[in-house]
Design a protein around this ligand. Sequence first.
Ligand code: GDP
Ligand code: GDP
Length: 435
Amino acid sequence: MKALVALVGRPNVGKSTLFNRLTRSRDALVADQPGVTRDRKYGIARYGEQSFLVVDTGGITEQESGVGELMRVQAQLAIEEADIILFLVDGREGLSALDETIAEQLRRAQKPLKLVINKTEGRDQELVASEFYRLGLGEPATISAQQGQGVGGLLQDLSTLLPLEGKEEAGIQARGLQFAVVGRPNVGKSTLVNRLLGEERVLSFEAPGTTRDSIAIPFCHQGQDYTLVDTAGIRRRSKILDMLEKFSIAKTLEAIEAAQVVILVIDAREGVVEQDLHLAGLILESGKAVVIAVNKWDGLSSDQRRKVKADLDRRLPFLDFARVHFISALHGSGVGELFPSIDKAYRSANCHLPTAELNQALAAAVEKHPPPVVKGRRIKLRYAHQGGHNPPKIIIHGSQAEAVPVNYKRYLINYFRTAFALVGTPIALEFRTVK
Ligand code: GDP
Ligand code: GDP
């Protein structure tokens, strides 16, 4: 399990600025994709080899009216779900009454807490900090979320506050390919999970301990081991039910990170809605292999079916590399066919692309459709090699290579995809200019 770090603080102290700085590591996969909705409240932050979940609690409640109420809900959320709380204050404005109120609530939470003084660039750090010792929250970190200064040190502090990785549930070993079933509430995840496990049932099982635990369920299908990372069916009810329901995105993200292949479930009766787009954006950002399951396909008219298919093309073009299955979790139709697609997506994500063949493919792609002329000179793409797996990354060297426009990148990605029969995985391209 990954640690969840919550950013808490009154409006305008720089929570979303810090959030963006912490979570932008996967931008390369999503930057050029039209239609991607990224959920800016939840993200994965990476620090060296470690990664953790981060939530901007300000982002969650920005619709809420009344600052008092907002703070209450924020703090409550942080208390219930977070492993570490980062309490942000504004070093330029100094300590405010609202800061003191929040501090009071957070102190009662008895969670690991770090006071973070933001907007300290160009200031005397000690002087700025001195005023905030009054809060009694220990040694503050001074940072500039905007300039990035102090953020590395903050991450280092965090990693000592708790082991960011490795809160494994006792006793459960993942076996074989790990996949997760994700989707917004009511699309049929639990039904699908039960159907997938079917009679194979389960080699071991452990009940979740906290609100946010996902569980790993190893099972065997047609002689092959799989582990299902399950987030479904374990929603807790509480006073702030609504907020927690939204907050289960944190759990979803965790499952995505833990999985090698993600099944995104969509409800055919509702079509592709905003929340599906958010999840799709998060999956793309994770770089994980994907299979799309359009559920509740039973009993739809052919008109409705046409509409859903058009919806998929129009709203999820950025997942067009994923295989789409039209299924009924309730009746079981189409469910078994998910397995070959899961396997194929996994193999594609981890494929080995021999350099000689990559270069042949690049040469053929360039010959068929040369890159454009930029600043009076044609872009030349000379050679390629594989720079990584999961997702496969192809590094292309050439002259003016960094000037390759978006549509040509897409052309190349599609060319490689066809040439190497890669299905179900995003492909990352990186361009390097040789002088
Ligand atoms: P939030 O409401 O807490 O999410 O705050 P935002 O991230 O939206 O930031 C509020 C304002 O403070 C914006 O105008 C930011 O550009 C600015 N800001 C954020 N971080 C810094 C910083 O490190 N230094 C300075 N000078 N301004 C910052
Ligand atoms: P979850 O919240 O995503 O886990 O969704 P559930 O598995 O609890 O299903 C939500 C509702 O959709 C339940 O009433 C299910 O019986 C129903 N449902 C699930 N799959 C199907 C399906 O394939 N066809 C139909 N018609 N209903 C389904």
